[in-house]
Design a protein. Structure first.
Length: 325
């Protein structure tokens, strides 16, 4: 009868709703799996691109370094050739100057020898005369120096000469010791200066290395933050779309559930409010005299489940068929 038709209709309606819900759940699960796979593929692609870019950059830097070393070697060769050419030019000019100086020196030596020969001849003549005068004076001296005057003055001269010799030796040793001390101080100052320069160079290199490492870490951190922000934005957009789609499905399920609940309540508690119109035998349908309104509010879902639970607990007993009455 009417109740069988209603129950059959409700079963079909509920089966359609459950089928749609299952399909929606499958679609949601498939979308989630696709999103996860897309995210993994995107991360792998980004990582591969970063590694390829880093390898290309490293290769380019190595190639540039090799080119710089080759250019430096060629520059050193050219500079060595220029230095050799300049050295040879200077040596040639110096050799020509030395040859010219040697010729002038030979001429000067010949002139000097000539002058010396003349002066030597004049000196020889003067020496002969002086020797003769000396011989005469020596004879007079031998006669005059007969006492110990000569010995006394010779002893004084010997003492003075010895003192001058000792003073000259001590002065030479003092100057040598002063030179050695000054060289030792200069050597110690140079060693301390070279150590300071080496320490300063090592400190500067360490600072440059730390700064380069800090720049690389900062760049990688900024890049990771930007990639993470983009991924979070995409995930939020996808999650919002799935949430909206789920919200629509739940709203539709809520609507049809309330409709089914109202039909069950109306059929169980107030059967007089439903009228069967049988004027047209070909088009029999169920007309509900009091329409109901369904609010599209996703926040009422827990209340709906509570109503459904109370309805399930207070479900009336089944009716007895007419042929058994």
């Amino acid at each position: 009868g009417i109740q069988d038709v209603k129950s059959e209709y409700n079963k079909k309606l509920l089966s359609k709703i459950l089928a749609r819900w299952r399909s929606q759940v499958k679609i949601q699960k498939l979308a989630t799996d696709l999103n996860v796979q897309a995210e993994l593929l995107h991360r792998a692609t980004l990582l591969r691109r970063v590694l390829s870019g880093w390898l290309a950059h490293t290769e380019q830097r190595a190639r540039d370094h090799i080119i710089k070393l080759e250019l430096l070697a060629e520059g050193k060769i050219v500079l060595q050739a220029l230095r050799m050419n300049q050295t040879f030019t200077r040596w040639k000019e110096r050799a020509v100057a030395e040859i010219r100086d040697r010729e002038l020196r030979d001429v000067a030596d010949q002139h000097h020898r000539r002058k010396i020969m003349i002066a030597a001849l004049a000196g020889f003549r003067l020496n002969v005369e002086l020797q003769f005068k000396k011989m005469l004076l020596g004879r007079k001296r031998d006669n005059f120096v007969s006492d110990r005057v000569t010995k006394k003055f010779f002893a004084k001269w010997t003492d003075a000469h010895r003192e001058r010799t000792v003073e000259r030796n001590q002065t030479g040793r003092a100057l040598w010791f002063w030179c050695v001390t000054l060289e030792h101080k200069a050597l110690r100052a140079w060693i301390s200066y070279t150590q300071y320069r080496k320490k300063k160079r090592r400190t500067y290199s360490a600072a440059l290395q730390d700064r380069r490492q800090y720049l690389i870490q900062t760049g990688l951190r900024e890049w990771i933050n930007s990639v993470t922000l983009v991924e979070e934005t995409r995930s939020r957009a996808a999650l919002l779309a799935v949430t909206q789609q789920t919200y629509r499905a739940n709203e539709l399920a809520l609507k049809w559930g309330r409709h089914w609940r109202n039909l069950v309540k109306c059929g169980a508690r107030r059967p007089a409010r439903n009228k069967l119109i049988s004027n047209d035998k070909e088009n029999n349908r169920l007309l509900i005299t009091k329409p109901f309104s369904v609010k599209s509010n996703f926040a009422e879902t827990p209340k709906f489940y509570e109503d459904f639970k109370s309805l399930k607990n207070s479900r009336p007993a089944p009716k007895i068929p007419k042929f058994l009455a």
